[in-house]
Each structure stands twice: as structure tokens, then as C-alpha cells.
Design a protein around this ligand. Structure first.
Ligand SMILES: NC(=O)c1ccc[n+]([C@@H]2O[C@H](COP(=O)([O-])OP(=O)(O)OC[C@H]3O[C@@H](n4cnc5c(N)ncnc54)[C@H](O)[C@@H]3O)[C@@H](O)[C@H]2O)c1
Length: 250
């Protein structure tokens, strides 16, 4: 296999959650450009621009991932229609309230864990038998620097992302001999709509902690995800990939 062939995504079926957001859109564009067929799940898929992309290359489906019955049914339809995904990117996520722990409500805490952590479990579980049966797969879960370093005034977010890393490492071990790899990506602050949930002071403070002194671009995350998603990434599982402008000193 030559290098170009191994990094191509030609004829691969990819499921991307949260595909209509900043990072999800960049991942979707990257996958389509590399030859994959993308099924894009989002609760608000209308924000994903599909003009110029052949309809067989990109299919958008509206789904609230916190509805586990809807996820199970959508996954069943997916497998009947497309077979097992070669690539599953669990990317949907929310920031939640920017608040110190003593000011955090039960409802906000639960919502962040439901969206950022539980949906990774329910979506992944729905596809595991099919991916195992296929004997090949790339599962990529969107974590965050916050899950490695912690995030003051964002403890629910940081806890959810740390748990995504723990989940991914455990699942990688369960799937070690299956041909399905499981990895995480841990970006620092990336320039997307997610920042609309932050005040400008908070944004400036978090940006100042990035050694490269700038926000990351969604395309920079997509490049990393594109490699992990490819057949070239064949000997790495249970890892956390850094896209942090030097922020993470492990
Ligand atoms: N932007 C950053 O600075 C940053 C940094 C590190 C990690 N991340 C992570 O990257 C991922 C993508 O973030 P983004 O910046 O593109 O955010 P975004 O807000 O631009 O996009 C998130 C997408 O997820 C979708 N979504 C949210 N809840 C959903 C649900 N219940 N069901 C279906 N879809 C749902 C939204 O509709 C949206 O399209 C998230 O997991 C986020 O935590 C982002």
C-alpha cells in the first residue's frame, strides 16, 4: 500500500455527529474532499452547507443525540442503509454554563454530561456490533484540553471531556484485536460558534494560556482527525491527540 492510498478515505462511510458546528463542518468537508461518504448527524443540520456536494457524498440527518431511543433507531436505519461505518466521529458537544462549582445548577451539570459524555456511549454502543463484524473501524471522540488540564468555571465541561478520554481508553482495550481503533482528539480553544457561550474576558483569559497566542482553526482539528480516520493510522489506539498550540504539557 503506498502512502497516498493509505491516507485516502475513498469509498469509506463516515458518521460525524455535531456535523453542523464549526469543527464538525470542517471534519465533514475534509472527509468529503478525501473521498468519503459522510452521514452528518446534528440537532440543527440546516447550518451545514451542502451546496456543491453531490447528494450521495453527504447526507444530513436531524437528531437530538440525547434521545437514546432516537439514536438506537437512527443507528439501525444507518446500518440497514449503508452498512457499518468505517469512521465514527463523536464530535457533538456543548460548553454549558460558565460558572464556579458552587454556582452550578444540577440541571446544567446533567445537561453537559448528557450531551458530551452519554451520547458518546449511546452512539458508539449502537454501532459496535456492526463495526466489530466488519473487522475494521476508526472511532474518534472529541475530547478537549479541558479534559486533561481542567477548566476553572467549566468543571462540568472538563469532567465530561475527562470521562470521554477514560471511556475511549477502556473501549480501545475492549476492541484491541477487532480491527477497530478508538482515539481522542484534545483541542485547545478553536475558533467556532462554541465561543458564543463565553464572555469576551473569559475568551481572552483562555486564549492567553495558549503558548501560540491564538485560537486554533477548525481545519487544523480536521487535518488531525482526517489522519486518525484513515487506514494509515493502523497502530495507534487508546491515544489522545493534541491540537493545542503547545498548551498541553503532558
Ligand atoms: N471550539 C472549541 O474551542 C473546542 C475546544 C475543544 C473541544 N471542542 C469540542 O469539539 C466539539 C465540537 O465543538 P464546536 O466548537 O464545533 O462546537 P459548535 O457549537 O460549533 O458545534 C457543536 C455541534 O453539536 C451539535 N449538538 C449539540 N448538542 C447536540 C445534540 N444533543 N444532538 C445533536 N447535535 C448536537 C450542535 O447543534 C452543533 O452543530 C465539541 O465536542 C466541543 O466540546 C471544542
Amino acid at each position: 500500500m503506498d502512502a497516498d492510498f493509505k491516507s485516502s478515505l475513498a469509498d469509506q462511510i463516515a458518521l460525524v455527529t455535531g456535523a453542523a458546528g464549526g469543527i464538525g463542518r470542517a471534519i465533514t468537508d475534509h472527509f468529503v474532499a478525501r473521498g468519503a461518504r459522510v452521514i452528518a448527524w446534528d440537532k440543527d443540520p440546516s447550518r451545514l452547507k451542502t451546496e456543491g456536494i453531490a447528494s450521495e457524498r453527504l447526507v444530513t440527518q436531524q437528531i437530538d443525540l440525547t434521545d437514546s431511543r432516537a439514536v438506537a433507531s437512527a443507528a439501525e436505519n444507518f446500518i440497514l442503509t449503508y452498512g457499518a461505518p468505517h469512521i465514527l466521529v463523536n464530535n457533538a458537544g456543548i460548553q454549558g454554563a460558565i460558572a464556579a462549582v458552587e454556582d452550578q445548577t444540577d440541571a446544567d451539570w446533567q445537561r453537559v454530561l448528557d450531551v458530551n459524555l452519554t451520547t458518546v456511549f449511546t452512539v458508539t454502543r449502537s454501532f459496535l456490533a456492526a463495526m466489530r463484524g466488519q473487522g475494521y473501524g476508526r472511532i474518534i471522540n472529541m475530547a478537549s484540553v479541558a479534559g486533561v488540564c481542567g477548566l476553572p468555571d467549566g468543571c462540568a465541561y472538563g469532567a465530561s471531556k475527562a470521562a470521554v478520554i477514560g471511556f475511549s481508553k477502556g473501549l480501545a482495550k475492549e476492541l484491541m484485536l477487532s480491527g477497530v481503533t478508538v482515539n481522542c482528539v484534545a483541542p485547545a480553544l478553536i475558533d467556532t460558534e462554541l465561543q458564543e457561550q463565553m464572555t469576551s474576558e473569559y475568551l481572552a483569559e483562555v486564549t492567553s494560556r495558549i503558548p501560540m497566542k491564538r485560537l486554533g482553526r477548525p481545519e487544523e482539528v480536521a487535518e488531525m482527525v482526517g489522519w486518525i480516520a484513515s487506514p494509515a493510522s493502523s497502530f495507534t489506539t487508546g491515544a489522545v491527540f493534541d491540537v493545542s498550540g503547545g498548551r498541553l504539557g503532558y
